[in-house]
Design a protein around this ligand. Structure first.
Ligand code: GSH
Length: 203
């Protein structure tokens, strides 16, 4: 199978961290793809009408997106019950953590696009501030839920780790750790996982 991917995409990173934890990274061919909302890669758009990565092309030629669906597909290939618990409170916790972390990534990427893609005279401070507040509220929610984070990796903790890694990559100067010490301590250990180290991009 192959995956349209970019080393700086936190959504793609979720997929690669998941594959690494499942031990199936060697089954994936990475198609390094540069795309933005205003300059869409053609091969990617042919695979995913939304023109967003990651997108996975299976060995049968089917295409899967988005990152959640791809992660679930990888879990099904590896027949793993832990990364996405099948039922009960652990499942809903992992899914909601993933939703929050994905939303944090979306808000952070929108902020990044505002700076790198929109001409300076068309940028909106209100827009940027609104996205920043979403990120702040989500970090606060993670901070108060740090004690509930699973010891073993789940789709939720994988997404949280990739979201925090993206903040370090693009917004490291804003110092998210300062007001979120428990989360920072959790991430310190999490970032040492071989799957995280293998997908780390220095800021
Ligand atoms: N919900 C999607 C979001 C994917 C996404 O936003 N990917 C970004 C790169 S990090 C992208 O491809 N942006 C190009 C665009 O929006 O056209 C997922 O979970 O995969």
């Amino acid at each position: 199978m192959k995956i349209f991917s970019s080393p700086t995409s936190p959504f793609a990173r979720k997929v690669h961290v998941t594959a690494a934890i499942l031990g199936i990274s060697d089954r994936i061919e990475i198609v390094d793809t540069a795309t933005t909302p205003v300059d869409t890669d053609e091969a990617l758009a042919a695979a995913n009408p939304l023109g967003k990565l990651p997108a996975l092309v299976t060995d049968d030629g089917d295409t899967l997106y988005d990152s959640r669906v791809i992660c679930e597909y990888l879990v099904s290939l590896a027949d793993d019950d832990n990364l996405l618990p099948a039922a009960g409170a652990a499942r809903w916790a992992a899914l909601c953590q993933q939703t929050l972390a994905d939303g944090l990534m979306e808000a952070a990427i929108l902020r990044r696009y505002e700076v790198v893609l929109r001409p300076e005279d068309k940028r909106s401070t209100e827009w940027d501030e609104a996205q920043r507040e979403k990120i702040e509220r989500t970090l606060d929610a993670f901070e108060s839920g740090t004690d509930d984070l699973a010891d073993e990796p789940t789709s939720g903790t994988i997404a949280i780790g990739c979201a925090l890694g993206y903040l370090d990559l693009r917004f490291g100067d804003e110092g998210w750790r300062q007001d979120h010490p428990k989360l920072a301590e959790w991430y310190e250990a999490w970032a040492q996982l071989p799957a995280m180290q293998a997908t780390h991009i220095p800021a």
